[in-house]
Design a protein around this ligand. Structure first.
Ligand code: MN
Length: 226
């Protein structure tokens, strides 16, 4: 039996709808600028190929938990996103084989310290401080899924005011294409989560805000900024 010099960190896991077993998280990949109108609001060319960044698994905020306003930012943004949960993986996955690897879907928010992300962009620095910080990935329970990916309404409101609204069907790169593209860069595996990008309307939140996200057919997510 392996001994460690201190206790290894606990496995991060997300509840699964209708099942006792939880989904163990291996890592979190995120797609940038995957809805045309959001890419434009970020000043990008919508024809760019997908690009990825990542968050650590322990950035997950479980359903029902509050989100502590993070350090070192005055511009914390919400990005409501469809999250793909993988039950299998591999490298160089074909688009038409991606569906077989999908365990289910969840509603996620890619929390962003926009001021730090913009400073990093200006300097050509990595995005980690802007994107991959503690508690930067609130997520709903995962809904097991077979068949065609979700296509419906995706929306987020803050204190009852609608902030972002779109259709998952309007993603520039769809779910099978995202899985295939990611697998060209990394060997994917069971437990990987992929945040698939956000529609337009990203905006700032402050302490006390009540945030509610929803994706048609997938679920709901609610948290408070404290
Ligand atoms: Mn995002």
């Amino acid at each position: 039996m392996t001994s460690y010099v201190f206790d290894p960190p606990a496995v991060v896991s997300v509840p699964v709808e209708g099942q006792d077993g939880r989904f163990p998280v291996r890592r979190i990949l995120c797609v940038g600028r995957n809805y045309a109108a959001h890419a434009r609001e970020m000043g990008a060319d919508t024809r760019d190929p997908p690009f990825f960044f990542s968050k650590p698994a322990d950035a997950i905020v479980l359903p029902g938990a509050d989100v502590a306003y993070p350090s070192r930012t005055g511009n914390l943004h919400h990005e409501i996103e469809l999250v793909v949960a993988l039950k299998g993986g591999g490298a160089d996955i074909a688009v038409d084989q991606a569906a077989d690897l999908i365990f289910g879907y969840a509603v996620g928010v890619d929390l962003t310290r926009r001021d730090l992300q913009n400073a990093a962009k200006d300097k050509g620095h990595p995005w980690d401080a802007g994107k991959a910080f503690d508690a930067s990935a609130p997520i709903s329970a995962i809904r097991p899924w077979t068949g065609a990916p979700p296509q419906g309404r995706i929306a987020i409101s803050v204190n009852g005011q609608l902030r972002q609204e779109g259709l998952v069907a309007d993603m520039v790169w769809n779910v099978p294409e995202i899985v295939a593209e990611a697998s060209k860069l990394w060997t994917l595996a069971a437990g990987d989560l992929i945040f698939t990008g956000t529609p337009e309307g990203v905006a700032a939140m402050v302490r006390g805000d009540r945030v509610e996200g929803e994706i048609e057919g997938v679920g709901k997510l609610a948290f408070k900024i404290v």
